[in-house]
Design a protein around this ligand. Structure first.
Ligand code: ADP
Length: 494
């Protein structure tokens, strides 16, 4: 991929998108549409169907019918595997188009998007395609006069609600295992990043997925997302997004059919640097990348930097240096490190967090401002705030933007206490040359993922899921499959 290929795609008109229901492209039942703004320049990129309650109900009915007649679940595993493998191949063949479309929609820098979006989505789909005929039922250790079989059955209709930061990657984390296990799916992409995911869903049908097995409805979370949450005909809801919406989804479930709800929510992940880190320069560079890439818009972002007091000043200086070398701007340039913030609303919220941090005694040592406003787009300087206290807003609340809070600590115990002093528990990192300390920190910091002498970058072989208010259930790895199956016992008297 080179810059000229990207430039050839950046101004191509984007045709309006419709829902994908029962294999057909259909508009909203009342004809309503939603404009899609590009965060690159704030201009209208295209429009999507603004889904109605009726649209979502039709999509769910279509998924239900597809599940009941077994047009997908009833196919031999090898046939399902072929379709999913073909889908992964089509995603790869269309990788650049998908990545550029996604970047024009959500603002992620293209260098990251090309890997993290179509690249990772194709790998995920392939992983579950390869796994699906290697998953066996079980025979229980019963007395000899009975046979106890444990079948793994698809659950039925899966509702997937996805966020705007990495639509393809996170979409594939849900769609891959759900479809591999024979479920039907209704997908609800995020309002501000639906285009590339809608295109990826179309490719599944081109790969041979039967109509109705994967349906996708665009529109507002409060309308179509709520309808999905309250549906009596959705069996499992899988979600990545904010805690507020996650809470609502659990309420919807309780008020309707008690559908299973799996949530991957936010984090306030601590990146903890001890003075004995093997390479402080590398730690500083990775700490900056670990919060600022994609403008800090990733759930595992290392948004709290905890630094041992003896190296605090020199380490912060290195992080500032690494940050100042990151180029912010046009996300469609390959040499851009930090693209656009997804929406103006998000940008203003980020700035608000910086103002609060200052009011609460934090020192802004780098950034803190909106920039490149003349482009019409939504850009923000990566921002570093030191002297952030344990009870400060910047410690306790997820920004989901390019804002790093720094706090110093004296001892390992204090580092653990600070690390665990939020309601979240998604990810964390520790930098140390002391093997025992590294293992102690992995045990003692309450998160779903701990990185040691690195930050981020885990692949699809390991689970990602939070504890506490960061959610429940895992994406990725074979463990994710548990969300998309029911265990059924057959107790057979011999
Ligand atoms: P953010 O505030 O970062 O946009 P959200 O949790 O609101 O995060 O969005 C994540 C996903 O949840 C999006 O697809 C959005 O449309 C959806 N969503 C938002 N509100 C609701 C709701 N009330 N019910 C169901 N889905 C919702």
């Amino acid at each position: 991929m080179d810059q000229s290929q990207i430039d050839a795609l950046r101004t191509q008109p984007v045709l309006p998108f419709n829902h994908l229901i029962n294999g057909r492209h259909v508009g909203a039942s009342d004809g309503a549409r939603m404009e899609v703004l590009s965060p690159i320049d704030g201009r209208v990129l295209t429009s999507v169907a603004k889904g109605t309650v009726a649209d979502m109900e039709t999509a769910i009915a279509s998924a239900r019918e597809a599940f009941e007649d077994r047009r997908w679940a009833g196919q031999p595993p090898a046939a399902r595997k072929n379709v999913l493998m073909k889908w992964a191949q089509l995603i790869e063949e269309n990788a650049l188009e998908l990545a550029v479309l996604g970047v024009r929609d959500n603002g992620t820098e293209i260098g990251m998007a090309i890997k993290a979006e179509p690249g990772s989505a194709a790998a995920t789909i392939r992983y579950y395609a390869e796994a699906l005929d290697k998953i066996y039922g079980e025979i229980a250790s019963t007395p000899t006069d009975v046979l106890g079989l444990i079948h793994k059955e698809p659950v039925g209709v899966v509702g997937a609600i996805t966020p705007w930061n990495f639509p393809l990657m996170i979409g594939a984390w849900k769609l891959g295992p759900a479809l591999a296990m024979g479920n039907s799916v209704v997908l609800k992409p995020a309002e501000t990043a639906s285009l590339s995911l809608m295109r990826m869903a179309e490719l599944a049908l081109e790969a041979g997925l039967p109509p109705g097995v994967l349906n996708a409805v665009t529109g507002e979370g409060a309308v179509v997302g709520e309808t999905m949450g309250l549906s009596m005909d959705v069996d499992v809801l899988v979600f990545t997004g904010s805690g507020g919406t996650g809470r609502r989804l659990m309420e919807y479930s309780a008020r309707s059919n008690m559908k299973r709800v799996y949530l991957e929510l936010g984090g306030k992940s601590p990146n903890i640097v001890f003075a004995d880190a093997p390479n402080l320069l590398e730690a500083a560079n990775v700490a900056a990348a670990g919060i600022f890439r994609n403008s800090g818009q990733f759930c595992v972002a290392g948004s709290r930097l905890l630094v041992e007091a003896t190296i605090h000043d020199e380490f912060v200086a290195e992080v500032v240096k690494a940050t100042s070398a990151m180029r912010v701007g046009d996300p469609l340039r390959l040499d851009t490190h930090i693209g656009a913030v997804n929406s103006e609303t998000q940008l203003l919220a980020n700035i608000g967090f910086v103002e609060t941090a200052i009011a609460e005694g934090g020192q802004v040592v780098y950034g803190g401002e909106r920039m490149l406003q003349e482009t019409g787009g939504y850009y923000m300087t990566p921002t570093i705030v030191t002297d952030v206290k344990a009870d400060a807003t910047l410690t306790q609340k997820e920004v989901f933007g390019p804002v790093l809070g720094v706090t110093s600590f004296e001892t390992e115990d204090e580092a653990v206490r600070l690390a665990n002093a939020t309601v979240y528990g998604l990810a964390g990192g520790v930098w140390t040359s002391n093997l025992s300390r590294a293992h102690r920190m992995v045990r003692n910091v309450r998160t779903g993922v701990m990185h040691v002498n690195t930050y981020g970058g885990a692949d699809g072989t390991v689970p990602l899921g939070g504890v506490g208010q960061s959610g429940n259930g895992s994406d990725k790895s074979l463990h994710a499959i548990e969300k998309y199956i029911n265990l059924k016992t057959a107790w057979i008297k011999l």
